[in-house]
Design a protein around this ligand. Structure first.
Ligand code: GLU
Length: 293
């Protein structure tokens, strides 16, 4: 079976040099290994994703000389798949709804922090400080019945008890140089959110389901997602789906060494193209060899 690579951008802004590097790296690896290359549109967040950004993704990638299989999987068309997975996790007793607003959570964290620093996840967000796990089934039903907003969280302690230690063989390098056998640290995310009332899935859940449903064998993505892989391994284990090989690549920085963001025009592919850059220039700018013949 040929290896299957993918590039999975979110259409919430225009692509920049960092995306170009990731997309080209995946595309080149697929070609070099006689594999397949898929493009997936990660558009579950209806408030931030826009059709014009999705159209721009297709244009920018085609301009770079990348081609992909069609039809393209757009996550917003597959909520039923994610719901099935949530139901499976619910059946295992591993998820629960929490009802605190972001402001309430911030207040709870501030309260805890009067005593000692409260732990943060690898993205820097405070771990869930609430006690919604202790609500009774009746209390949950009542709040949901009243139309209260909620988030569905993974009961991390229960999930870890079920899964035991997990790890992966890193084919690239983590942000602190981690390479080779890496021990997963899903607990670093606390009771991570897997879905919300208004968005019945999350990045973590959809990415894992889609990689499995699309038969992705090789996940090649930025080091900023290195520690997310821990959560993905845990979900794969709980849901009984295969674990692809992982490779986390360096991040492209701007000239001042800062991480690129979708809002900075200077490194946006459209802006560079407007200024006359060619696809070969983009490859040079991200330190990739010329396109394979
Ligand atoms: N959609 C994610 C992003 O744009 C990437 C997901 C992944 O490669 O796992 O950051």
């Amino acid at each position: 079976m040929p290896p299957v690579f993918r590039f999975a951008p979110s259409p919430n802004g225009y692509l920049h040099l960092g995306h170009a590097y990731s997309a080209l790296l995946n595309f080149d690896l697929a070609r070099r290994k006689g594999g397949r290359f898929l493009l997936r549109i990660e558009d579950i967040d209806a408030t931030r994703c826009r059709p014009e950004f999705e159209a721009a993704i297709y244009q920018d990638l085609a301009w770079l000389g990348i081609s992909w299989e069609t039809p393209v999987r757009r996550q917003s068309e597959y909520f039923a798949n994610y719901r099935d997975a949530l139901e499976k996790l619910a059946g295992l007793g591993l998820i629960y709804p929490s009802f605190e607003s972001r402001a309430e959570i911030a207040r709870l964290v501030a309260q805890r922090e009067t005593e000692a620093p409260w732990p943060r996840d690898p993205d820097g967000a405070a771990l869930y400080p609430g006690a919604a796990k202790l609500l009774s089934p009746d209390q949950r039903e009542e709040l949901i019945g009243q139309g209260a907003p909620y988030a569905l969280r993974l009961d991390m302690a229960a999930a870890l008890a079920r899964a035991g230690e997990l790890g992966w063989k890193e084919h690239g390098e983590g942000p602190d140089g981690e390479t080779g056998s890496v021990t997963g640290r899903p607990e670093a995310w606390g009771d991570v959110i897997l879905a919300r009332k208004e968005t019945p899935t999350s990045y973590h859940l959809s990415v894992v389901i889609d990689d499995a449903l699309q038969g992705v064998t090789d996940v090649v993505r930025g080091q900023d997602l290195f520690w997310s892989t821990s959560v993905h391994l845990l979900l794969q284990h709980l849901l009984g789906i295969p674990q692809p090989a992982y490779r986390h690549h360096r991040l492209v920085a701007d000239s001042s060494g800062q991480k690129l963001s979708k809002s900075t025009d200077a490194t946006g592919l459209r802006e560079l193209r407007r200024q006359g850059a060619t696809p070969a220039d983009i490859r040079r700018l991200v330190d990739l060899p010329e396109r394979l013949p």
